[in-house]
Design a protein around this ligand. Structure first.
Ligand SMILES: C[S@@+](CC[C@H](N)C(=O)[O-])C[C@H]1O[C@@H](n2cnc3c(N)ncnc32)[C@H](O)[C@@H]1O
Ligand code: SF4
Length: 323
């Protein structure tokens, strides 16, 4: 999951082990974890929505790479050890032809190197039965789909009618074999912070069992959506104390609380200082994700922890390039 910019990255892998805090201070360990393992690429710089919370608020119809150029970039990155490729925007389904070809390319590469992971992050609005069939054939390791609360909240952020369109498409997906690859991407802000339980219930009822919760990031603390760390921690503590969700009503649900070193480090360290993130019980998965895991009645809550900044080394992002 969430070591950098690329959304869920497919969550935590099944294989993981205990990591000692001594390792985190070992520069050789840090170096070993510094290959560009995680690549977030922008297939386009355009979007069909204009969300009020969006940090990529530009639209640029130029400066996109050709499919051929992307393939060369991927080849080079794979040769350097990259293992996760996330098509993170701006909106992959808007350039479905190119997105599909590149996902198919990465799928072929995955046949040669089974450790490769490929995925995409989308608002889900342009999904349809044909694209779902094509996605079933590609079988991405993860498909992150954004949902920002109930109809009112989601539509306030993403535009009127977007909730109903999304729900219709999530229903189509609920009948598909790729359902288990779906991660709901829930960006937590001041307006929807009390909706965690509702969102979990809504997606669970559709058969979706993965939710990635990421705090809204803004530089403007007067922004209406800005949420204080204290408020986030309060809700997360309620979640852990069983006050938000009755986990007896769920089975196999995975909730990922996403931390990012460059944008939400203070929140992450605050959670560590309150022992929500327990640095003495950290685990590490096959892809170098360091995390804590809580389990309740066969449901899991994960917190990733980043001891150092992974940007540009472990996690890189490619957008707005011209060749
Ligand atoms: C930039 S979007 C690109 C993919 C796609 N267009 C979508 O909305 O899912 C990727 C994710 O970033 C989230 N996001 C957008 N602006 C954000 C912000 N300011 N802080 C945190 N997450 C944000 C979106 O909600 C979405 O889940
Ligand atoms: S759909 Fe995604 S990229 Fe488009 S405006 Fe919304 S958050 Fe930004």
């Amino acid at each position: 999951m969430a070591v950098g910019f690329s959304g869920s990255n497919g969550g935590i892998t099944r294989n993981y082990e205990v990591i000692s805090t001594a390792n985190l201070k070992d520069s050789r360990f840090c170096q070993k974890s510094s290959i560009p393992m995680e690549v977030s690429y922008f297939i386009n710089n355009t979007c069909n929505l204009k969300c009020s919370h969006c940090y990529v608020g530009y639209n640029d119809f130029n400066n996109t790479l050709s499919v051929q150029a992307w393939k060369s970039v991927f080849d080079e990155l794979i040769a350097h050890g990259a293992r996760t490729f996330g098509n993170v925007g701006k909106e992959p389904l808007l350039n479905w032809k190119e997105t599909k070809v590149l996902l198919q390319y990465l799928k072929a590469k995955r046949k040669e190197k089974p450790e490769l992971r490929l995925g995409l992050v989308t608002n889900g609005i342009l999904l349809d039965k044909l694209k779902i069939t094509e996605l079933e054939d590609i079988l991405p390791d993860y498909i992150d789909i954004s949902l920002d609360g109930n109809r009112d909240l989601h539509d306030w952020i993403r535009g009127v009618g977007s909730y109903d369109k999304l729900m219709n498409n999530l229903f189509l997906l609920s009948e598909s074999e790729i359902l288990k690859k779906i991660f709901i991407s829930f960006t937590l802000n001041k307006l929807n912070v009390l909706s965690i339980a509702d969102v979990v219930k809504t997606v669970y009822n559709l058969g979706i069992k993965n939710i990635l919760i990421s705090p809204y990031v803004t530089l403007n603390t007067y922004d209406r959506l800005h949420i204080a760390n204290e408020e986030i921690i309060k809700e997360i503590q309620k979640l852990l104390d069983g006050q938000l969700i009755d986990f007896k009503e769920y089975e196999g649900m995975n909730i990922y609380i996403k931390n990012d070193f460059s944008t939400t480090r203070d929140l992450m360290e605050e959670m560590a200082s309150r022992n929500i993130i327990n640095k003495n019980e950290l685990l590490i998965d096959d892809y170098g994700v360091i995390f804590n895991k809580y389990s309740f009645n066969n449901n899991n809550i994960y917190f990733n922890y980043l001891p150092w900044d992974t940007s540009y080394i472990q996690a890189i992002r490619i957008s707005m390039m011209d060749m």
